[in-house]
Design a protein around this ligand. Structure first.
Ligand SMILES: *[C@@H]1O[C@H](CO)[C@@H](O)[C@H](O)[C@H]1NC(C)=O
Ligand SMILES: *[C@@H]1O[C@H](CO)[C@@H](O)[C@H](O)[C@H]1NC(C)=O
Ligand SMILES: *[C@@H]1O[C@H](CO)[C@@H](O)[C@H](O)[C@H]1NC(C)=O
Ligand SMILES: *[C@@H]1O[C@H](CO)[C@@H](O)[C@H](O)[C@H]1NC(C)=O
Length: 449
């Protein structure tokens, strides 16, 4: 926390320029009077100058957006929010209207993936962009891009997972675009592994495509559902990411939807079972079997990295919202408003995915603690569950286009509710300092007993 305050301070008073400006008057007497005056007015100057600086610096070219949030207000509210939020569960609450949203559009942000550019493909309503998350018993500040970049100055953050993980990274790029766009510093042309650099902040953000989190490959492009059969090597790391993340300060790991497809499980170098593969002599162990082992192995990979000492966030399962059928049986998501928390609840496969994640997370956390590694739960599931209105549905492509996921009720329109995951992430980063200190004290207290 201390570190963070120091940072913010530096930012508000860069290089002491303002003091020089104020102390300029030439005549001695004037200077004396001025100095006396200064003592009383400096707080005013300080705050108004720093605020205007803050705004100038953070919005070099104010894009023509409906409105932008007032950074200064948020900066002043910070402390009470943080202390309160330490005791408050920011992940349980309701969606409330936010007329100021969205904070970017498809014309101000180039990072929106084609299939999530819902406005482009004619989505007629826009109310789904105008909500914010209100935790029960505290506030969750709307994302402040300057604050985020300041906190992550000199740091690196990687998304490890599938296209929903990429969806979140692109949301973050758009949220940050009011302050700065990153440059592409990818080490490969392969779009599955992107690396972005925010040069003014020396902040690096990357995404690693690994839909099953472990070694996997398509073994048959058809399979019983015509979506392929994937071979999952449940006890083998996916080196495409495990060999690359050691230097990162933060990892955000997530996964889920790919485990609904047909899979064949490999363990100890032989086939141990499958999920809906309809192959003779291969026992159907179900998708949850593979899901649990995949997370277990992925966490094991993280805990076994020699030089990694980052913080690992599990971004919990993001439920899809198909109604009146499965994704390939005419199901769709046509709602235009969020649910209230009493109108729906996590159940079925989504609940099972979520519970398995939590269990594997707790185990990994315990293991990690022995090595001084930190695990945090970016527990977006409940907030996300309440947003059936945020998916592209049929507005992820032109109507005549032949795409596999015609009605997309899995990914998220940008701008859209997934932007709120950035609010959660920033809040967690802000709380991290306090939390680490408390953990240290806790473990010290335990040693003393
Ligand atoms: C943005 O959305 C508008 C509709 O609101 C659409 O006409 C336009 O083509 C889109 N632009 C881009 C760059 O996607
Ligand atoms: C940028 O950050 C990296 C760590 O992510 C650090 O090793 C490097 O020295 C930093 N560069 C500058 C110019 O501060
Ligand atoms: C949910 O709660 C709201 C507000 O408390 C109430 O107006 C509504 O009737 C409730 N809905 C259900 C289905 O219980
Ligand atoms: C869509 O594509 C699939 C496979 O690529 C093909 O089997 C199907 O006939 C196509 N449908 C239409 C309407 O073109």
């Amino acid at each position: 926390m201390k570190h963070y305050q120091a940072n913010l301070h530096d930012h508000e008073l860069p290089s002491g320029k303002y003091q020089a400006l104020i102390l300029k008057p030439p005549k001695k007497i004037v200077l004396l009077i001025f100095a006396l005056l200064l003592l009383t007015i400096i707080p005013f100057y300080y705050s108004s100058l720093s605020n205007s600086f803050f705004l100038r610096k953070t919005i070099p070219n104010p894009p023509s957006l409906p409105s932008s949030p007032s950074y200064d207000e948020e900066a002043h509210e910070e402390l009470p929010t943080i202390t309160n939020n330490l005791k408050c569960d920011i992940f349980s609450g309701e969606w409330i209207p936010n007329p100021e949203a969205p904070y970017y559009t498809n014309t101000t942000c180039w990072a929106i993936h084609e299939h999530q550019n819902c406005q482009k493909y004619g989505r007629p309503d826009s109310e789904f962009m105008k909500w914010k998350w209100k935790p029960d018993g505290c506030e969750l500040p709307v994302f402040n891009p300057a604050q985020f970049l300041e906190l992550l100055r000199g740091k690196s953050l990687a998304f490890v997972g599938d296209s929903v993980g990429r969806n979140q990274m692109q949301s973050l790029i758009c949220l940050l675009s009011r302050v700065e766009y990153p440059i592409d510093v990818s080490y490969t042309k392969d779009e599955k592994y992107k690396r972005w650099k925010y040069t003014s902040y020396n902040f690096t953000m990357a995404s690693f495509w690994t839909p099953h989190l472990i070694k996997s490959k398509e073994e048959d492009s058809h399979g019983p559902t015509n979506t392929g059969i994937f071979g999952l090597y449940l006890d083998e790391f996916d080196e495409a990411w495990t060999s690359q993340v050691e230097d990162f300060d933060y990892l955000i790991i997530s996964g889920g939807h790919w485990f609904m497809r047909s899979m064949v499980f490999h363990e100890n170098n032989k086939i141990s079972g499958c999920h809906y593969c309809l192959l003779d002599n291969v026992p159907d162990l179900g998708m949850f079997y593979g899901y649990r082992k995949a997370f277990r192995t992925a966490f094991k990979a993280i805990n076994s990295l020699k030089n990694y000492n980052g913080i690992t966030y599990l971004r919990t399962f993001a439920p899809s919202h198909f109604e009146n059928g499965m994704w390939n049986k005419g199901g769709n998501c046509v709602r235009t408003k969020p649910f209230r928390s009493n109108e729906t609840q996590l159940e079925g496969a989504s609940l099972e995915f979520y519970m398995i994640q939590l269990e594997e997370f707790r185990t990994a956390e315990k293991e990690g603690r022995k090595k001084g590694l930190k695990y945090r739960l970016l527990d977006t599931t409940q907030a996300t569950l309440l947003r059936p209105d945020g998916h592209p549905s049929r507005y992820g492509h032109w109507p005549e286009e032949n795409v596999t996921l015609y009605n997309d009720c899995v990914h998220w329109c940008l701008p859209g509710p997934i932007d709120t995951w950035g609010d959660f992430l920033l809040e967690m980063l802000k709380m991290e300092g306090i939390r680490s200190a408390e953990e240290k004290r806790y473990s010290r207290d335990r040693r003393m007993h």
